[in-house]
Structures are given as C-alpha cells and as structure tokens.
Design a protein around this ligand. Sequence first.
Ligand code: ADP
Length: 181
Amino acid sequence: MEKRFPGGKRLRLVVGDITRVHADAIVNAANSSLAGGGGVDGAIHRAGGPSLMRELDRIRAQTGGCPTGSAVVTTAGNLPARFVFHAVGPVYRGGRHNEAELLACCHRTCLSMAEERDLRVVSFPAISTGVYGYPVEAAAPVALAAARAHLEREGNCVQEIVFVLYDQATYDAFARALEPR
Ligand code: ADP
C-alpha cells in the first residue's frame, strides 16, 4: 500500500523482513542499553554483521546507552543501507505512561537524523509492538502520524518512508490506520 504526498514523496507499507529492503537508513527497534536482543534487533545484527555491535559498544562506553524515545546511529555493515538508526521505543505499560509521545519522538528523532545526513529513503519496523507489548492498533496511528507530518513538511530531504511489517496482521493494522474506513 502506498500514499503519495506533494512533490512525489511517498509513504509505503510492505510485508517483509526489514534486513532485505534497500533504504538509505534502516531503523532498528533497539533497547536503551544498546546491548542487542531478539526480534528485529537480532535480525539486524545477524544480517549487518559484528561491526554494528562494535560501534554500539563505543557509543555505550561514551554515553551509557540511549534514552527511550531517542536513537543512535551506526553504519550498516552488510545491510542494504548506509546507516542503521537504533531507536528505543517505549515499553507499553497500559497507555498512560507517555507511551504515545515517546513512540512519536522515536520516529521524529530518526527522521531528523535522516535529514541531517541528506537521506532520501528510510525504513521502519513496527517499533515497540513486539516484546515491548505496544498494541499494534494503538502504535500504528502514532507511527504513521509522525511519518506523514514529516513528508508533508516542505523542504525536507526524505522522499520515501517505508514501514516494513513482519506479518500480515501488523500490516493490516497499519493499512487500517493509514486509510481508515
Ligand atoms: P520491540 O522490543 O520494540 O517491541 P521487537 O523486535 O520485539 O521490538 O518487535 C518489533 C516489531 O518488529 C514486531 O512487529 C516484530 O514482529 C517485528 N519484526 C521482527 N523481526 C523483523 C524483521 N526481520 N523485519 C521487520 N520486522 C521484524
């Protein structure tokens, strides 16, 4: 599914493995210790190779990690991208602990990092909707609103935002949020 914006910019939803989709920057759903984990993070480190963790080790040594709602950048190793933005989404604790703002902030941070590097294509997984327990019906509109706002802003460099959703149910929830009936 695809939505077009002025200037030929596009927001796309696809079902797939984010490690196999070409982009200038691939966003990872990391944790605040930047220590590596399962889910999409495990897949990104396996496909990207050990250079990602070496770079994260250096960042961790300097900063102690990454706060929730923010992101750090590494190169992309063997992934089909130039950069990986390791974003830390919120753990879902019922919805009244600032989860939506933190999730939105994660997306906005990654998109600003893309602008700082003059990137055109950025791919996102469904951050926080796995182990972190954010219901996908609630996460999808937040993620999409951040993406939309970025694509609607004139003068931005990012031309295409792709949400690479691992299963059909996640894709369907994003599709419903993008085109509510
Ligand atoms: P979090 O801890 O932020 O919840 P997870 O990795 O547990 O992160 O899950 C986030 C989302 O990423 C889930 O929807 C999960 O199904 C999905 N996912 C897992 N592996 C991949 C992959 N290779 N490509 C894209 N999405 C993936």
